[in-house]
Design a protein around this ligand. Sequence first.
Ligand SMILES: O=P(O)(O)OC[C@H]1O[C@H](OP(=O)(O)OP(=O)(O)O)[C@H](O)[C@@H]1O
Ligand code: HPA
Ligand SMILES: [Mg+2]
Length: 185
Amino acid sequence: MSSAEQGVGEILIPEADVRTRVAELGAEISADYAGRDLLLVGVLKGAVFFMADLMRTLSVPCEIDFMAISSYGAATDSSGVVRILKDLDINIAGRNVLVVEDIIDSGLTLSYLMRSLRARKPAALEVCALLTKPERREIEVPVRYVGFEIPNRFVIGYGLDFAERYRNLPYIGVLHPDLVPGATR
Ligand SMILES: O=P(O)(O)OC[C@H]1O[C@H](OP(=O)(O)OP(=O)(O)O)[C@H](O)[C@@H]1O
Ligand code: HPA
Ligand SMILES: [Mg+2]
């Protein structure tokens, strides 16, 4: 075990399975957006890893931009105070926007984001999330492309952090149970 892996309880989705699924999503998205312009909007920081890999499986021309959203604190604090820390650089009016997320958990971040993006009148607005935890959903958000449905466990790796660490793991792991108290975000 490398020192980067200390704290990993178990591997939930091995690296090869992640790679296969990302390629499948890329093929599906490429078919759906054939002949249309595509703008990928990544949500910093966790989605960067998924987005970089997904983009390299796309066979349609595409651009990227990023947003940073403030965390609203612990999941127990679901007051939903979400703020934009970094907005998009470009105007998305009339564009085909695909929001790329690493995980949808309560749905609060994405719900806020979609409201903000919809108000800017894109031609199309869809979501691609690598992971979703349906059991934890507090607000429904339509997600067009989903990589994996996962159980209610705190996951790390492939962009997902616990206290800013573990993003560099090449697989999706479950945080070791000894570290779980407080691991709500
Ligand atoms: O569905 P929700 O309950 O809102 O949770 C999902 C959000 O939480 C994580 O981001 P985080 O705030 O940890 O930022 P990060 O990507 O920088 O780690 C994740 O990347 C999603 O954006
Ligand atoms: O399970 C998770 N892991 C890491 N970050 C998260 N943000 C929401 N859910 C998670
Ligand atoms: Mg995080």
